[in-house]
Design a protein around this ligand. Structure first.
Ligand code: GLN
Length: 218
């Protein structure tokens, strides 16, 4: 597979920015609004926006259960900001009727930085990416308050009132950041995600090959 097909959930949020970043990072990016479009992608991005609205609209577009099913099936998914909230097993300070897809064993708090600062920018060390610290833009962002044993912490805020807060995580094929790399032109997070998508496709290919061989020799 040369360029994987990566969908961007397109019910609400900064879809265009993710489509552009994915294209530059080596994927063919397509908007996803219907279950049939979801079925055709090798990976999915959940954009920034407003998780309460996204939660409502994925039900209207009949995508809540199909996305959950694909996550359970191992689909690589990356969520930024509101997208991180959509991947959280538990959401604090959400609306009572707000639902997430889940998938990452973590507790996130919506608008967590808001009490001190609504939006801010800072530089972060991001595990697994090469080069200079990552410039991160936070807009009414969540932070990760607790993580389960299978969750890898990739980045924390360093310094200031939110010092030490977790803002990037990975669990298996699921990746989430509190901040918006789609807005800064730094392609390293999207690049990491495209690598994850290629890796998952390769593994699925090996599994399919193994099954074909097994059937052939039976
Ligand atoms: N505060 C928004 C939410 O709760 C997230 C903001 C963002 O995605 N920039 O969903």
């Amino acid at each position: 597979m040369n360029r994987p097909v990566v969908g961007v959930l397109a019910v609400q949020g900064d879809v265009r920015e993710h489509v552009r970043a994915l294209g530059e990072a080596g994927a063919d990016a397509v908007p996803v609004r219907r279950p049939a479009e979801l079925a055709a992608v090798d990976g999915l991005v959940l954009p920034g926006g407003e998780s309460t609205t996204m939660s409502r609209l994925v039900k209207v577009f009949e995508l809540l259960e199909p996305v959950r099913a694909r996550i359970a099936g191992g689909l690589p998914v990356y969520g930024s900001c509101a997208g991180m909230i959509m991947l959280a097993g538990t959401v604090l300070d959400g609306r009572p009727d707000q639902e997430s897809f889940g998938g990452i064993d973590m507790v996130v708090r919506r608008n967590a930085f808001g009490r001190q600062v609504d939006s801010f920018e800072t530089d972060l060390a991001f595990a697994g990416v090469q080069g200079k610290p990552m410039h991160a833009v936070f807009i009414r962002a969540p932070w990760v308050e607790r993580t389960g044993p299978e969750v890898e912490v990739l980045a924390r805020v360093s310094g200031g009132v939110a010092d030490g807060r977790i803002v990037a995580v990975r669990q298996g094929n699921l990746l989430a950041t509190s901040f918006h790399p789609e807005l800064t032109g730094d392609l390293r997070v999207h690049g990491l995600f495209v690598e994850m998508v290629l890796g998952a496709a390769k593994e699925a290919g090996h599994a399919a090959d193994a099954q074909t061989i097994e059937e052939a020799v039976r």
